[in-house]
Ligand binder design. Structure first.
Ligand code: HGY
Ligand code: MN
Ligand code: MN
Ligand code: MN
Length: 419
């Protein structure tokens, strides 16, 4: 399926479509669900297995591989002339029952560059590192980008030790299961003075490139996500014997919140979005008025001020719901990252390489690149997603589009690696 419509003219400069297709297939076989999705949650045995496979590919590409205190896997090629290093990578963890390209394509792309150089006997002036960041998605601890934050020396112990995962396990416990400690994660910060820049290939997870009929897009910036955890506290009661005007129905209140929430983003900006992705009802019984509902809210925009405006509107909506439904609502901000622009020079390099095919687009999705991009010049290249579908087993990109993007990445890195 991957190779349908593949044109072998893309097998040039040492980049191999067949190898890329096999590696995408090999990764998606790890944690494959009955619904044919990828299920590799952060710090799970599936993520670990995927990292081991990537480590093997890095070694095969002639890289020296290390794993840091946060479980990030890094393959290195020593440059000939400069102490600076160009960094490139993504993640192999997924959302529950996710797609097969999100993260995986960027990791494979970073290694393809090294593999092509090895075949050509080419050694760059600057050093080059391909990296797999742990826990980019945040689906397990409701945080996300843990590996890239740790790599940037950003993880604060007190905040991370508090995190409990969706199975009720503490962050510390899960680190131990992975042969890591809080100490190793919090002190995994790299020496950033040694790094020149960061680049990441990622599927677009939207419909812009399809509309523009382009295989590759230059990312101008990454929207800033804020994640809330809400707890609607009502009163469990008898579904049959409690009059409708005498209830504290937590689910009815949460339902009223969710339907009003969908109207709010448009009042903040044309790019603002808000999503309730997780919702749990307690006690979840057919004849019990729900006493408690917990849910998450994912709020994003490419401008921080309009994202904050949307968050304020959500807070006032929650106050209204409390009054009209007689429930109390607890709100916690579990993650908040500001939007990050992509580096202008790197965008220009990508545009020179793409020529007339150069198109620009913002990223509504969060990426490790937004953490690294706060410290280093960052660039992202998007590959066209079919129907814009992602975080879904139907997520798919044509191999020829993946290869086009990898060719652009290789030229960008070669330009950046020459001092
Ligand atoms: O949630 C996101 O935007 C990304 O997929 N982690
Ligand atoms: Mn991703
Ligand atoms: Mn994702
Ligand atoms: Mn991401």
């Amino acid at each position: 399926q991957l190779v349908e419509g593949y044109d072998s003219v893309l097998d040039r400069d040492g980049i191999s479509g067949e190898r890329t297709a096999h590696r995408l297939a090999a990764l998606c076989a790890i944690g494959l669900t009955d619904q044919q999705g990828s299920h590799r949650l952060a710090f799970s045995k599936e993520e670990k297995e995927a990292k081991l496979l990537v480590q093997y590919w890095m070694e095969k590409a002639g890289m020296i591989v290390r794993t840091d205190g946060a479980g990030n896997v890094i393959g290195r090629i020593e440059g000939t002339a400069s102490e600076k290093t160009v960094l490139c990578g993504s993640h192999v963890d997924t959302v529950p029952n996710g797609g097969h390209f999100d993260g995986a394509l960027g990791v494979i792309a970073a290694i393809e560059v090294a593999e092509a150089w090895q075949e050509a006997g080419y050694v760059p002036e600057k050093s080059y590192e391909a990296i797999v960041f742990s826990d980019e998605e945040g689906a397990r601890f409701h945080g996300g980008m843990t590996g890239s934050k740790a790599f940037m020396g950003e993880l604060e112990e007190e905040k991370e030790t508090k995190r409990i995962d969706i199975y009720g396990k503490s962050f510390e416990e899960v680190m131990k299961e992975n042969g890591l400690t809080m100490e190793s994660v919090v002190s995994a910060g790299a020496d950033l003075s040694r790094y020149d820049s960061y680049m990441e290939v990622h599927i677009e997870q939207g419909k812009e490139l399809e509309k523009l009929n382009q295989s590759t897009g230059i990312v101008t910036g990454i929207a800033g996500p804020a994640w809330l955890k809400l707890r609607f506290k009502g009163e469990a009661g008898h579904a049959g014997n409690t009059p409708m005007n005498d209830r504290k129905d937590a689910l009815a209140a949460a339902g009223a919140f969710v339907s009003s929430l969908t109207q709010l983003p448009a009042k903040a900006s044309s790019t603002a979005v808000a999503t309730v992705g997780e919702l749990n009802v307690f006690p979840n019984g057919v004849n019990v008025i729900p006493g408690e509902v917990t849910c998450t809210v994912d709020v994003r925009d490419i401008q921080v001020k309009t994202r904050e405006k949307l968050l304020k509107k959500i807070t006032s909506l929650l106050e209204e719901i409390e009054k009209s439904w007689g429930v109390s609502i607890e709100k916690e901000v579990s993650m908040k990252i500001d939007p990050v622009p992509a580096d202008k020079d790197l965008q220009k390099t990508a545009a020179e390489i793409l020529g007339a095919e150069a198109v620009y687009l913002p990223s509504g999705a969060a990426h490790d690149a937004m953490i690294i991009g706060r410290y280093l010049p960052m660039a992202m290249l998007f590959t066209k997603s079919r129907d814009g579908i992602s975080h879904n087993p139907k997520e798919w990109s044509a191999l020829k589009d993946c290869m086009n993007t990898i060719h652009v990445l290789k030229k960008m890195i070669e330009k950046r690696c020459s001092v």
